[in-house]
Write a protein that binds this ligand. Sequence first.
Ligand SMILES: *Cc1c(COP(=O)(O)O)cnc(C)c1O
Length: 448
Amino acid sequence: MKTIIEPFRIKSVEPLHHTTPEERERYLEEAGYNLFLIEARNILIDLLTDSGTSAMSTEQWAAMMRGDESYAGSESFHRMRRVVQDLTGFRHVIPTHQGRAAERILFTVLCRPGHVVPNNTHFDTTRANIEFTGARAVDLPSPEAADTQARLDFKGNMDTAALERLIETEGAARIPLVMLTVTNNSGGGQPVSLANIEAVRRVAARHGIPLYLDACRFAENAWFIQQREPGCSHLTPKQVAQKMFSLADGCTFSAKKDAFANIGGFLCTNDDRLAAQETNLLILTEGFPTYGGLAGRDLDAIAVGLEEVLDPDYLRYRVVSTGYLGRHIADAGVPIVEPPGGHAIYIDAARMLPHIPRSQFPAQALAVELYRHAGIRSVEIGSVMFGAEARQELLRLAIPRRVYTQSHIDYVVEAILEVNARKQALRGLEIVHEPPFLRHFTARFRRL
Ligand SMILES: *Cc1c(COP(=O)(O)O)cnc(C)c1O
């Protein structure tokens, strides 16, 4: 059989709420054309993020009922730690309420003013947490990632020659760690190859610098490696993931992505001294080391989710269904970041709407129109989010895990193609109100 189906059936459903174009026009006006400010009940298909929006399985819900809510020494923690250690091999597992809490603890311990942290591409909270310590976050994506149209296998890779140069100029003593984000979220959800992780590790190890994975989408990355990288096709996704983690000295992780949990995260390290310092910080703001800001039931949901996500049937469906959306719009002439990544499709709005200058936010204009036309929520990743530092004007359509069926995605495809057919009529936007930082969450716009 060639047809790839959703590898689950549905036991519990959540109704969707239809609205009319007139109602949506009103909601847009009330929200100042900012989709973050629209009530979720007025969204039909929500592709704002894949974070914390997964559908949990029956096994996860059952595990939640087993949650041990003891303050100290909870069984739920031991179950979660066993799964994490079996997967990653790291000695210390520190639970946190989400990924950014793991980042804050790690960088507080490791970074000082004047330090530099390289990454293939920093996620926004990672960058913010590094810069909050006075250190500098530097992106070193591989040069081929700059061409959104190039269909290459591992566009999430780090530029190892640039890493060598950076270590030479800054001096290894000022680089407390090297990070690799798998998959590369801000770089289009593109995977990092095992060969690249090995090469980065070699460079870092030669200078005595530890390597950390920002492992939020480790399973999607492992699937791409298993499918695409020479010599890996005989491995299971779990074996690939274990190889990835074996090359690192530690990791940060948001369980809101590849653990199908609605909340949670963790920080891992093999360094005993570091773990002791991190645990002290954990107690200060997150909680006792066997719960770290989470309920016991959350830890159990994560433990089960981490095993489910490595099911080859699930990963095949996941990557094929994201690619399905990408191919159906790209092959009909909508420019996307090629090839489709694991968790999202990114439309290149500057290329699609060349008549709207960057100063008038083409990707935001497209997000607004997609909501007005069909009730679909997406997110601008461009000049609204990053200001003058934006390198591209992208519209991200993130796919929540196990939530939408193919007919939902067919509806999204139809909506995008209808908007594309009359794209000349789209007009840009102007900001009428903005806060001093992270303006994309609360800015208000006016139509031009
Ligand atoms: C989501 C994410 C984070 C932060 O995790 P939160 O759970 O949202 O705090 C860090 N890095 C990457 C790559 C992410 O996608």
